[in-house]
Design a protein around this ligand. Structure first.
Ligand SMILES: [Fe+2]
Length: 174
């Protein structure tokens, strides 16, 4: 059984993962408008991963006999000040996700809810990758964007990102 506090925190995280998907979809649309189809693709893939994260937590709450309480999803920001702003905002967003996952882990640890701490471990590792990804792209844009033709190359590179389901092995068939 999940405590009320943990159940509420996990439901909040489901909502935040959907909000993340929304945020990245908005970033994709913004990039598309500017003609950066590679960046648009990158954020489409990112949004799909966030939907996977939401569903993974949803499945876990169900498995634990908890109650799902879906809330309204906040409207995402839709305008940015260019590509660097988009990726810097995305990096900040991922840092916020990390702190929320840490907070969940703190609650589960305090409650000695080991099934939940074990479940959250995957998300903690995933956040290291997410922050690293965005940090690298921000760095690349900062270093090379003084020549606008380089942005074209970065866009081309991001066009190659392909979606592969991003879920822990334990919930792959859920
Ligand atoms: Fe996520």
């Amino acid at each position: 059984m999940l405590s009320e506090k943990l159940e509420k925190a996990l439901n909040d995280q489901i909502n935040y993962e959907y909000y993340s998907a929304y945020t990245y979809l908005a970033m994709s649309a913004y990039a598309d408008d500017l003609g950066f189809v590679g960046v648009a693709n990158f954020f489409q893939v990112q949004a799909k991963e966030e939907l996977d994260h939401a569903k993974t937590i949803y499945n876990f709450v169900m498995q634990k006999g908890g109650k799902i309480e879906l809330e309204a999803i906040e409207k995402p920001k839709s305008t940015y000040d260019g590509l660097l702003d988009v990726f810097e905002t995305a990096l900040e967003h991922e840092k916020e996700v990390t702190s929320r996952i840490y907070n969940l882990m703190n609650i589960a640890t305090d409650e000695r809810e080991y099934a939940t701490t074990s479940f959250l471990k995957w998300f903690i590792d995933e956040q290291v990758e997410e922050e690293d990804n965005f940090t690298n792209i921000v760095r690349k844009i900062k270093t090379f964007s003084s020549d606008s033709s380089n942005l074209y190359l970065i866009d081309n590179q991001l066009a190659s990102r392909v979606y592969t389901p991003s879920v822990p092995a334990s919930s792959q068939n859920a």
